[in-house]
Ligand binder design. Structure first.
Ligand code: KG4
Ligand code: ZN
Length: 416
């Protein structure tokens, strides 16, 4: 079974072919990031125009790199939400057209769920090495997806086997911060999510405050290497909210988790009924605390314009802010992940999304969890087509409903 995955929810135009839900045959990513850097964030109109310019060549290259022709493709999977409306439209219209022209089943994919499925791509133990996997970083003003500024041909560091259920997933990216407990494919409970900024968004905003380039995640973590993570005490949000889904899971654990059709048996932790932990997140207070700290460090009050802060802060102050912010932001998501692990005792813990590339996150989880954490190659943590194709394979395998290629609509606010 070979599925073509198409992703265009933000600023990456991506396509990939995945076989049987674990074997990566190709992955092509064209990013318009270069065009957004000067604005300090993604400009939706520019992203949408970039998708139009490159999507056909990205799809063609993914099929060619996989050593396939259209005859070898069994289905098309496409992100239909959540994301930027204009960006989603390009991917969905492309996938709909291709599904009609080539007469292939079409699967509508939730982008956030798909991030988790990047972890189901495995290395050789379950199959052969990726054949033509390539990654091109292409500015949208070029249509040549084989541009030479991406690390083409570098082998992908994939997990040796697929994560087991029940699976606890921490999804952390520029648009999402979620903790979800998967009992099996297509059967999960969202334990909590952010009520304001996503963690990656907080990295991006803090980077802007201290004058580091977009995207903030990689630039903050680089700067943090020279700083002291304990230099400043920054606040962690203290939330008490518990969603009805989590409440139901807590009050009805044994029946909810031990349904025979729902995969492997599960032994709920004895702590389960007692826990009242909230798995919701908030990062806007932390971002404001960084702004106030930076103003204080230069001896200004809260009216001082943030755009003038970078030139007044010393490099040492910037490094200490980056390190202290990163430490507490990461510790916040690690605290909740450890609490959920303790409460639900899952068989595996996976991290997904752009922030899953963060080394401090991987370090803190390794230190605090008693089982190894599953994560994939950093290039598959950020947005890509392979995660869409992989989840598409499972839609097909489990006989999930197909989408109508004549009517599939985008869903920019789709939740998990
Ligand atoms: O998954 P992704 O490519 O897009 C969304 O679906 O949002 O994630 C992008 C986000 C950005 O906010 C970026 O700053 C963050 O992931 N990011 C990182 C790192 N690499 C990317 N954050 C922290 N540490 C990193 N190494
Ligand atoms: Zn994403």
């Amino acid at each position: 079974m070979r599925v073509l995955g198409i992703e265009s929810s933000c600023d990456e135009t991506a396509a990939s072919v995945v076989e049987d839900g674990y074997r990566l045959l190709s992955t092509v990513v064209a990013s318009s990031m270069d065009l957004h850097v000067q604005y300090g964030g993604v400009v939706p109109e520019i992203a949408a125009r970039s998708h139009i310019e490159v999507i056909n060549s990205v799809v063609d290259q993914a099929i060619t790199d996989a050593g396939c022709t259209w005859d070898d493709i069994d289905a098309i999977a496409v992100t239909y939400g959540p994301g930027l409306g204009g960006s989603l439209l390009i991917g969905v219209m492309t996938a709909r057209t291709l599904a009609i022209v080539h007469n292939k089943p079409l699967y509508a994919i939730n982008h956030v769920e798909a991030h988790v499925y990047a972890n189901f791509l495995t290395a050789s133990s379950q199959g052969q090495e990726p054949r033509g996997a390539s990654l091109a970083s292409v500015s949208s003003n070029k249509t040549d997806t084989s541009a030479d500024d991406g690390p083409r041909g570098m082998p992908y560091a994939l997990p040796s086997q697929q994560p087991a259920f029940p699976l606890l997933a921490l999804i952390v990216s520029g648009g999402h911060t979620q903790l979800a407990l998967f009992r099996h494919h297509f059967d999960y409970t969202l334990l909590g999510e952010t009520g304001d900024d996503a963690i990656g968004e907080a990295f991006d905003k803090v980077a802007k405050i201290i004058g580091l380039p977009y995207p903030g995640g990689p630039s903050i973590s680089r700067k943090a290497l020279a700083g002291n993570p304990k230099a400043f005490q920054l606040p962690k949000s203290r939330l008490t909210s518990v969603s009805p889904a989590l409440e139901q899971l807590r009050s009805n654990t044994v029946t909810a988790l031990k349904q025979p059709s729902k995969g492997p048996d599960f032994n709920p932790s004895p702590n389960l009924q007692a826990s009242s932990v909230s798995y919701d997140f908030s990062f806007s207070g932390l971002k404001t605390a960084v702004l106030r700290l930076a103003q204080e460090l230069i001896g200004a009050d809260h009216t001082f314009p943030s755009k003038d802060l970078p030139e007044r802060l010393s490099e040492t102050q910037k490094a200490d802010i980056a390190a202290s912010f990163q430490y507490v932001a990461i510790e916040t998501v690690v605290d909740k992940t450890v609490a959920a692990y303790t409460e639900f005792g899952p068989a595996s813990v996976v991290i997904a999304g752009g922030v899953a590339a963060n080394q401090e996150l991987r370090r803190q989880l390794a230190e605090r969890l008693s089982i190894p954490v599953t994560y994939t190659d950093s290039r598959l943590c950020t947005d890509n087509g392979a995660m869409i194709a992989t989840l598409g394979c499972f839609h097909m395998k489990y006989g999930r409903p197909t989408a109508d290629p004549y009517t599939l609509a985008i869903s920019p606010n789709l939740s998990m």
